[in-house]
Each structure stands twice: as structure tokens, then as C-alpha cells.
Design a protein around this ligand. Sequence first.
Ligand code: MN
Length: 423
Amino acid sequence: MSKANNRLLKSWIEVKPDSDFPIQNLPFGLYTDNKVEHHACVAIGDHIIDLYELAYDGFFDAIEMPHDTLKQNSLNEFIALGKTITNKVRERISELLQDTNNELKDHKELHPLVLKKQSDVKMLLPVHIGDYTDFYSSIDHATNIGTMIRDPKNALMPNWKHIPVGYHGRASSICASGHSFHRPKGQSKPADSDQPVFGPSKLLDIELETGFIIGKATKLGESVSTEKADDHIFGMVLFNDWSARDIQTWEYVPLGPFLAKNFASTMSPWIVTLEALEPFRTKGYEQEPKVLPYLEYKGERNLDINLEVYLVPENGDENKICTSNYKYMYWTMEQQLAHHTVNGCNINVGDLMASGTISGPKPSEYGSMMELTWRGTKPITLKDGTERKFVNDNDTIIIKGFCQSGALRIGFGECKAKLLPAI
Ligand code: MN
């Protein structure tokens, strides 16, 4: 395991016990402020560390890395240097931030350029996402949806336990956390009508998801095995795959989601490296029936990541509406990637592969409003006494995620967006 993961390490920068960003995490991101257009950075406590400035001042001179990769409008070129380099960068940052190291600590004149408060900078979408795929890999979610819209006895389609089902999504409308967007309009067909109608979606929903970012490309015709998959996964993010259920119900047969999903998706700005998540590996659901050989994997390949969803009404309090966990995924990332590429489909650095809605077995663990309110039949009551069946105009949705083992907490920060009224 990486030296940077040593749980005894402490930083000279203050990190509060409930911070998502201790020295053992060091997730990568891209920021801007009134002086910097876009520089690579890592998070530590309530601060960011500007990596381009560190490179400029010679702190990465022992690593063979073109410094320009740290001031692009995405992290793609940096990530494309490969894990040998990016892991060395993470190890070096860890060294510089340790309380026993004075190299950066004592260079106080550099601190205004290198060390900035997170509240003073704006985080950008960290990668240029060429292609985005969304899976459907939570068995509890797929079972709930199948029960609601088809038949409780045959909730899962016959292919579900054999194939990590997915669809190709839309990358252009993926936004960094902190954005807002207008309620989408589209076609739907009310149950009591023979004809479709056009108008603002009435059933605007969230999907609690995570995503992984591709860190190593393949050529057309190549496949990635489950064993090699981790070499191609740079790290993970939180993801809200906003969904218009009324539009989806009318349009999805036979080719799957289209306009119900492509109007906006929200991604958290920090990419937590697979290396930082390594201590939180855990067992997944047992896969029965046995999967085909190209989907087999060894060891504990799931991850124990606590996931939470909060709904915040306009000028209101945070209401926690769901507590789930990534460990409820039936298909692992390695299986998803092996399946995605088994036919020779090529992948590129920066591609995003999202998990699909992550629901757990308990009703409080359901990862969408559709499931939480059981299609609107069991509304949620908020602290202010109002009810929600789906997301209302001017509601803000925040997804949070963190791994916890004893005092060690490796978190993702926030994935936050506000729904504005239709225009
Ligand atoms: Mn989804």
C-alpha cells in the first residue's frame, strides 16, 4: 500500500477530525480564482494546494513531469502521464505536508500562492469527459424499479445477473458541483390520456451515484480484463444523474433513456484516487448464478463508501433523505470496465463511468426519490413540514460520500446542484 496512506501521518496544515480531506486522501482537482485561470490542486483540510505553483518552485523536480500538464483546462494530460507519475506526485505532496517536513512549511513567502482556502477558490470540472457511460449495477435499485414498473416476481430482467447493464450517456451536460439548471421540458404521456403532452417535467428525480474516471486509454479492438482494470481507473467522484421520470417512462422503450437524462448531471470536483480508497476494500454481494469467465474476479473488490443525500429547500435546512453505501453494488468497477471493453470498445483518459443509482436493502437507503417515496405514494416530510414526492423548484440536492475506519476518514466533498423553475 502507498506510503501516503499511512494512517499515522499528520499534516502541519490543520485538518478537523470530520474533514473529508486528511493528509491520507489528497484528491486531485482543478480550480480557478481571480489570479489563476485553471491550475491542478489537491485538497487538504479546508485548503487547497496549488500544484502548478509547487512545480514552478521546484518541489517536483525529482519527478519527470512536464509542468504544463498542471495548468491545462482539464487534468486529462496530467492523468495521462500514468499512475507511476501521478502516484509519485501524491507521495511527494504527502511528504511536503507532513508535520515533520519543513520544506514548504518554512517557505512562508510561497504560502499565498500555494496554499489557499477552499472557500476562496472555485472548483472546476476536473476532466474533459469525452464519453460518459451510466451503468445500472445496484441490485436493490434494479429490483425496486422492476417491482414498481413491471412485476415484483420478475423484477430483474433475465439478463441482469449476467451483464453489467448500461447505456451511453451525454457528456456535454455534466457540470461541476455548485451549478444550477432549469427544470427540463419534454414529452410525457399521462396515464389517463391516449396522446402525449408537452411541458415541464412533473417528476424530476435524483440518482445517487458514484463515477470512476478513466486514467489510461486503450486502442480500438483492445479489451481490459478485470485483473488489469485498476490500472485504467484513476479515481472516483460523486455523481447525481438527474432524471425526469415522466419523460423517461414515455420515451425509454426500446432504446433506453434519452431526453430524460441528458439535460444535466452533477459531478463532485475532487477525484479521490483509487490508491487512497484501497484501505476500504470490502466484499460485494455474492454473484449467483456464476458470471461468465471474462467477468470473474478475485478478492474483495467492492468499497465501503458511506453515501448520503440531502434536500435543502430554498432558504431552508438540510434534510437528510437517504443514507446508502457503495458496498451495495452488485457489479464491481472492474467488471463494468471489463464488460464495457470486451467487444473492443476503446476508452479514453477522462471518460466517466457512472455506477447507476446506488440503493441499499432498507427503504432509508434508496438512492432516488422514485424509490424513497415509492413513485410518490409515500411522500417525504421535511423539517419545515412540507412534503416531497419528487424534487421541487428551487430545491438544492447535495450528495456526500466518505469512507471511515476508526479515526481515518477519506471523503469526497460535495456534489451539489439547485433545480430552478422551467423557463
Ligand atoms: Mn443513472
